[in-house]
Design a protein around this ligand. Structure first.
Ligand code: ZN
Length: 187
């Protein structure tokens, strides 16, 4: 269990790292599994539903996600969110196909605290990646899963969700993030 610091865009050094393109990893070894364990701990602690390695300063093509959609567990079991946990791991993910049909969702990002805005993306994508065991998985994602994997894969290419918005909205997001950082510092 190792919660790491999440890079945020109000910090110029952090932003410079978040803008970089991450490199593929050689394969899924114990070091990569430890990285994914740390990323999940960090994500649950935040809390968030997805995290790319670059967000904790590791320029590797590795993503973790948990949409709280564990099969067979009812969403009404309010008292135990942990029972619904369904961690997903993605190493060297690729998008093989995107639908022409689009889907709009209000996105947020742990690197841009407390700013949310609507982003339009393909509604469905076909992806290929290595899982925690190092097996190659190919599957189609839709709904929130499709939104999240595209958002996280953008991170691997140095792209933030606000980069899909107008310049005015990007500036508003940056200002909001700076304000949040100041408030957290003062608290
Ligand atoms: Zn993000």
């Amino acid at each position: 269990m190792a919660v790491q610091r999440i890079l945020t865009i109000d910090n110029a050094a952090d932003l410079a790292i978040l803008k970089q393109v991450s490199k593929p990893v050689e394969g899924v070894d114990d070091a990569v599994r430890t990285l994914m364990d740390d990323m999940l701990d960090t994500m649950y602690d935040a809390p968030g539903i997805g995290l790319a390695a670059v967000q904790i300063g590791e320029l590797k093509r590795v993503i973790v996600m948990d949409l709280g959609d564990k099969p067979g567990v009812e969403e009404t079991e309010e008292e135990d969110a942990e029972a619904r946990r369904n961690p997903r791991h993605f190493v060297n993910p690729e998008i093989l196909w995107s639908s022409d049909e689009m889907f709009t969702y209000e996105e947020g990002c742990l690197s841009i605290p407390e700013y949310f805005d609507k982003v339009e993306r393909p509604a469905r994508v076909r992806i290929r990646y290595l899982n925690y065991q190092g097996e190659t998985i190919e599957e189609e994602a839709e709904g929130l899963y499709a939104v999240c994997i595209q958002h996280e894969m953008d991170h691997l290419n140095g792209v933030l969700f606000i980069d899909h918005l107008s310049r005015l909205k990007r500036e508003r997001a940056a200002a909001k993030c700076k304000k949040v950082a100041r408030e957290r510092m003062a608290a």
